[in-house]
Design a binder for this molecule. Structure first.
Ligand SMILES: [Zn+2]
Length: 208
């Protein structure tokens, strides 16, 4: 896990916390080990990330029911950090999440030139829950370090129970799943406007 990859790591943490039944109205998006493999493949297998392409889903394939339970527990722990974003809490919680790592080292840069990157490798025998824990920990610590604790927020859509870590440059992200929650809100607003035309209030001028 390269330490400068915290934007990707925070993205994985966001995706993970938004798989819960709470967010999906009773429909847990990580119900079984196969779903965990699919999650690892979709979010964790990009080039240059932990262990190289395919490494995370390969770990997930080795995991069973116990690993799935550990990932569910991790999900709850990360959500708890996002929901209570005090700096000391985030630092302590993020640090605890990185416990599956070995000591810091240098790995070749993505271009495999002379440039090296700071990294913390997983310890031998680490599970998919360990790997995701390390990723979430680096995501949390990296964002606190670089962007600050105001980047840990709840989804802005009134009907959504999701949360996210905002790694956008201006820090203006509003939704946990921008495509879905932004549209959900637009649809809700549109319906509300059609269903209940605004009654004129005292002080309203004549319509132009
Ligand atoms: Zn949302």
């Amino acid at each position: 896990m390269a330490l400068d990859d915290y934007v990707w790591a925070a993205g994985v943490a966001t995706e993970l916390v938004n798989t819960t039944a709470e967010v999906w109205r009773g429909d847990d998006r990580l119900p079984d080990p196969a779903a965990l493999v699919a999650f690892a493949k979709l979010h964790g297998d990009g080039p240059g990330h932990e262990g190289g392409p395919g490494a995370l889903s390969a770990l997930a394939r080795r995991g069973g029911a116990a690993e799935l339970r550990a990932v569910h527990a991790l999900r709850t722990a990360v959500r708890d950090l996002i929901d209570h974003p005090e700096r000391e809490r985030l630092v302590a919680g993020g640090t605890a999440l990185t416990s599956p790592a070995r000591g810091a080292t240098l790995v070749p840069g993505p271009a495999h030139g002379n440039r090296a990157r700071w990294a913390v490798p997983l310890r031998e025998g680490a599970t998919i829950a360990d790997a995701l824990s390390l990723i979430c920990g680096i995501g949390v610590l990296g964002v606190v370090h670089t962007l600050g604790e105001r980047r840990f927020r709840s989804c802005g859509a009134p009907t959504c129970k999701g949360a996210f870590i905002d790694t956008t440059r201006p820090g203006s992200r509003r939704y946990c799943m921008p495509g879905l929650c932004g549209n959900r809100l637009n649809v809700a607003n549109h319906r509300a406007r059609r269903a209940a035309p605004r009654a004129p209030r005292p002080g309203d001028g004549p319509e132009p």
